[in-house]
Write a protein that binds this ligand. Structure first.
Ligand code: RIB
Ligand code: CA
Length: 323
C-alpha cells in the first residue's frame, strides 16, 4: 500500500446535521479519498438521508462520490428518528437545492462488501450511524472483518451520560443488535463515544468565522447548526452544538487528537431499561480480551480549530473555483 496515497474511506451515515459536517470534512481533507457514502435510517428516514447526502455533495461540487441506500429499519427494534435534534428534513433550518446526482442502484451492504473485498487492507470504514448496514455486511460476507483496514465508529457512551436514554447513545440505541454484532465481530475498531464527542462543541463564534467568508457552504453550516444549537441549549443547556461525526471522521487522518485504550465493550440487549447501553469492562471483571480500542480523552479545542480551518479552506477553494 502506498503510504503517501490518500487514505481510501467509505462513510456510513444517517445524514443528519453532524453527518453532513463529516461529509464536508472528508471533502476538505486531502489526506482522504471519500469513495462512497452509504446511508441507513436514523436521524431521519432512509430516503430523506439519501437525499440529504446527495444535496450536501452537490453543495460541495462533489457529485462524483457515489451515494448508496442501505437498510431503512433496525434489525429488530422499531425505527426511531430524531426530528427534535436534526429537524424534519434532517438538516435543521438549511434548505439545499435538489442534486442532479441520483443514488447508486447497488445496495449499500453489497457496496461495502465489494469495496472492502476488492482491496484487502486498504479500505477504512467510518461508521457514524446506527450500525445496521455494517452488521448485515458482516453477516453476508464475514471475510470483510479481516479485509477491512480499520473501522472508526461514532457511538456509545462509556463513562458519559447517554443522549437518547440516560444510559444509551443514539446510534447504539436505535440498533443495539447491530452494534452488538459489530462490536463482537473482530473488526479492528476504534470507538469514538460521547465521552470524547461531547467535549467537541462548535460555537456560534466558530460559525461566525465561516460566515465572514460569504459562501453557500458557510450559509449551510450556519443554517443547519442554528437548529442544532437550539436543540442543545433547550435540551441540555449547551451553548453551541456537539459535532460527534466529524470527530470520528477526523481520526482517519489525525488520530493524535484522541487518547485510546484497548477495552472489552459490549452492548446491553437484556432489558428495556438498559437497552443499547455500551458497557466497558475497565477492571476486566469478566476476564474477556479487549474487542476494540476506545477514545476516552480528546484535544477538543484543537479538533474544533482543525474543523473550522478546514471548512475555511474548502470555502476558499470553492470561491476561487467559481470566481
Ligand atoms: O449520538 C450521536 C450520533 O447519533 C451521531 O452520529 C448523530 O448523527 C446520530 O446519528
Ligand atoms: Ca450520524
Amino acid at each position: 500500500m502506498d503510504t503517501h496515497a490518500p487514505r481510501r474511506i467509505i462513510l456510513d451515515t444517517d445524514p443528519g446535521i453532524d453527518d453532513a459536517l463529516a461529509i464536508l470534512l472528508a471533502l476538505a481533507s486531502p489526506e482522504l479519498s471519500l469513495e462512497a457514502i452509504t446511508v441507513t435510517g436514523g436521524n431521519c428516514s432512509l430516503a430523506q438521508g439519501v437525499d440529504n447526502a446527495l444535496r450536501v455533495l452537490a453543495l460541495a461540487h462533489a457529485t462524483h462520490v457515489p451515494v448508496l441506500a442501505g437498510l431503512e429499519t433496525p434489525l429488530i427494534r422499531p425505527p426511531l428518528t430524531a426530528p427534535e435534534t436534526h429537524g424534519d428534513t434532517g438538516l435543521g433550518y438549511a434548505r439545499l437545492e435538489p442534486s442532479p446526482q441520483v443514488a447508486g442502484s447497488r445496495h449499500a451492504v453489497d457496496l461495502l462488501i465489494e469495496q472492502i473485498m476488492a482491496a484487502p487492507g486498504e479500505m477504512t470504514l467510518v461508521a457514524v450511524a446506527p450500525l445496521t448496514n455494517v452488521a448485515l455486511a458482516i453477516r453476508r460476507e464475514p471475510r470483510i472483518v479481516k479485509a477491512v483496514r480499520e473501522v472508526i465508529i461514532m457511538g456509545g457512551a462509556l463513562l458519559h451520560q447517554g443522549n437518547t436514554t440516560p444510559v444509551a447513545e443514539f446510534n447504539t440505541y436505535v440498533d443495539p443488535h447491530a452494534a452488538h454484532i459489530v462490536y463482537h465481530s473482530g473488526m479492528p475498531i476504534t470507538l469514538a463515544p460521547l465521552d470524547v464527542t461531547y467535549q467537541c462543541v462548535l460555537t456560534q463564534r466558530d460559525v461566525s468565522r465561516l460566515l465572514a467568508l460569504n459562501s453557500p457552504i458557510a450559509q449551510f453550516i450556519a443554517d443547519a447548526t442554528r437548529f442544532y444549537m437550539e436543540f442543545h441549549d433547550d435540551y441540555q443547556g449547551i451553548q453551541g452544538c456537539v459535532i460527534n461525526d466529524p470527530l470520528a471522521l477526523a481520526l482517519t487522518f489525525a488520530p493524535e487528537l484522541v487518547t485510546t485504550r484497548p477495552l472489552y465493550v459490549t452492548v446491553d440487549l437484556s432489558s428495556e431499561l438498559g437497552m443499547g447501553q455500551t458497557i466497558g469492562d475497565f477492571y476486566n471483571a469478566w476476564q474477556h480480551s479487549p474487542n476494540l480500542r476506545v477514545a476516552l480523552q480528546v484535544r477538543a479545542r484543537a479538533f474544533i480549530d482543525l474543523f473550522v480551518t478546514r471548512m475555511e479552506a474548502l470555502i476558499r477553494s470553492m470561491n476561487a473555483a467559481i470566481s
